[in-house]
Design a protein around this ligand. Structure first.
Ligand SMILES: Nc1ncnc2c1ncn2[C@@H]1O[C@H](COP(=O)(O)OP(=O)(O)OP(=O)(O)O)[C@@H](O)[C@H]1O
Length: 226
């Protein structure tokens, strides 16, 4: 991936959520940590254009998130903190297929791609299940499958192990590790980012550490005061 932030800041109603920052992200595995309200989600949402910079610019693989918003959305898929909100159709396989509509694919091709992505995430057995009846771990996997099926190069996962038990945390963490796509993971679950190539720490709207996980985590204990 190549994501560039140039003098980029974000304010909501004159309140600064993210102070100006300039940086480039090129690693395949990136983590983002920080206290509640520190600006992590705002930063991540800038990447796929869900949040637009108030000043400066953001480019994703050379595409500007304002000028090329549709292309950016196709390149960078976002899996939300509460993934049940992003599942639209009542049945799992219909939800996955929904993301492939309006792409000029035949019904047969849509069905093949849907089956393939469900198999890839180990959830073929859930194909005919009702979305709202899935467990937390199952919902997370189906949400990932429903984004991955659309073919993004970058996946942004916002607290993917939130509300999961120990076993599902491990299962989702292993699934993320094995993804072919580049990943940016925002989390309070430090074990999830121990192996990333680069870990960013936000504090009160500023990027205050950016480096290997052990160094950034040490810094985090400092700003958290514990
Ligand atoms: N759409 C919005 N409108 C107004 N303020 C917002 C909006 N989105 C975020 N903020 C504010 O910006 C600041 C940073 O929020 P952000 O969601 O980026 O933090 P975070 O680090 O992801 O927090 P958490 O760990 O609690 O999810 C907060 O003060 C938040 O209230």
């Amino acid at each position: 991936m190549n994501i560039r932030f140039t003098d980029c800041s974000v304010s909501f109603n004159e309140r600064v959520a993210l102070y100006p920052l300039t940086l480039s992200l090129d690693e395949r595995r990136i983590g983002i940590i920080g206290l509640n309200g520190s600006g992590k989600t705002t930063f991540a949402r800038l990447i796929n254009g869900l949040v637009k910079p108030t000043t400066g610019r953001v480019t994703v693989n050379g595409l500007d998130t304002i000028e090329n918003d549709r292309e950016v959305l196709a390149q960078a898929g976002f899996i939300f903190q509460n993934p049940q909100h992003q599942l639209i159709m009542p049945i799992v396989s219909d939800d996955i297929a929904f993301g492939l509509k309006n792409r000029g694919l035949s019904a047969h091709e849509i069905s093949l791609r849907t089956e393939a992505v469900l198999a890839r995430f180990g959830v073929s057995h859930l194909a005919r299940r009702r979305v709202h009846e899935l467990s937390g771990g199952e919902t997370q996997l189906v949400a990932m499958a429903s984004v991955v099926v659309t073919g993004p190069k970058i996946l942004i996962l916002d607290e993917p192990t939130n509300q999961l038990d120990l076993r599902n945390r491990r299962m989702v963490a292993e699934t993320i590790d094995a993804l072919d796509e580049d990943t940016i993971v925002i989390t309070h679950d430090l074990r999830l980012v121990e192996g990333v190539a680069r870990l960013l720490l936000f504090h009160e709207g500023r990027l205050v550490a950016d480096g290997p996980p052990d160094e950034t985590i040490r810094h985090y204990h400092g700003v958290a005061g514990c």
